[in-house]
Design a protein around this ligand. Structure first.
Ligand SMILES: Nc1ncnc2c1ncn2[C@@H]1O[C@H](COP(=O)(O)OP(=O)(O)OP(=O)(O)O)[C@@H](O)[C@H]1O
Ligand SMILES: [Mg+2]
Length: 269
């Protein structure tokens, strides 16, 4: 049974869509997993643009508006990932909260189902939250993003949803940013990836190709690869020197815990 993961935040522009596309591309291409990627940002869907799906036929909106239509009817295969994009121009009624039920069948055909979500605290976000086994909060290292992350962590907790970790994105080498320790202490949730602000992300979006396929060697893609290793239950590759001297960063240690918790507890159920 495939596991459903949503990338969530109440702050726009922190990188949910960029990272959803990147995790999906990496899990499919580097780890050989079968991945379904869904645009859960129904009012501003742009996941298709990240996956080079420009004018899709059926979309997630059709699936959520037609009672007997399954997600398979809106799949567009690109970069080794089955993507269900959204439709910016959709004008009929649709029911976001039906997503969970629509996933029942899809779970049997995929290893991972990744949902890119909306930053609005309404039915759209709830659609992703209720459909997921596990949430990852995407945050940037600044106070406005931290306060939004606090709020979404509380919402998730109140609704009994499981938050597996925080992905810190757009990290800069400056003292004017919140540290990993600060964010972990405030939220009580482990930071499982620290992804730098990288200029190449703009080009990858311009070329509509997820970062791990556009620029394999940069810090962004390496960190995405390490996070995906934990999700698939694999140990991270480390140099002999670092393994021997046990020089691990805090996020590496957190990923080790994630690997054990996420893979063992979720996948063996
Ligand atoms: N690590 C990064 N380095 C540089 N630019 C980045 C990085 N991550 C994301 N971006 C850029 O930030 C912008 C916002 O990213 P993205 O659309 O993924 O955010 P989002 O959280 O999905 O936003 P929204 O909530 O509005 O859907 C994009 O232009 C993207 O290319
Ligand atoms: Mg987005």
């Amino acid at each position: 049974m495939g596991k459903v993961i949503s990338l969530v935040s109440l702050k726009g522009g922190v990188g949910k869509t960029t990272l959803s596309a990147s995790l999906a591309a990496e899990l499919a291409n580097h780890y050989g997993k079968k991945v379904l990627l869904i645009d859960g940002n129904y009012s501003a869907p742009n996941l298709g643009l990240h996956m080079d799906i420009i004018s899709p036929g059926n979309t997630v909106h059709d699936v959520l508006s037609v009672s007997n239509m399954g997600l398979q009817g809106a799949v567009h295969e690109k970069y080794g990932v089955d993507t269900v994009p959204g439709n910016f121009m959709f004008e009929r009624e649709y029911s976001p909260l039906k997503l969970r039920q629509k996933l029942t069948h899809a779970r049997k055909s995929y290893d991972f189902i990744i949902i890119d979500s909306s930053p609005s605290l309404n039915e759209e976000l709830m659609s992703a939250m209720f459909a997921s086994d596990s949430l990852f909060i995407v945050s940037t290292p600044d106070y406005p993003s931290l306060s939004c992350s606090m709020k979404i962590a509380r919402v998730a907790r109140q609704r009994g949803r499981n938050v597996s970790g925080i992905i810190m994105n757009r990290v800069l080498d400056t003292k004017y940013q919140i540290t990993l320790e600060e964010i972990q202490e405030t939220l009580g949730i482990p930071v499982v990836a620290m992804i730098n602000e990288e200029k190449k992300v703009a080009r990858s979006l311009y070329e509509r190709k997820p970062m791990p396929l556009h620029n394999k060697r940069g810090q962004f893609s390496r960190e995405v690869r390490r996070l995906c290793a934990s999700l698939t239950g694999l140990k991270e590759k480390r140099s002999f020197f670092r393994e021997f001297f046990g020089r691990f960063s805090k996020e590496e240690v957190n990923r080790e815990v994630l690997r054990e918790n996420f893979y063992n507890s979720i996948f063996e159920n």
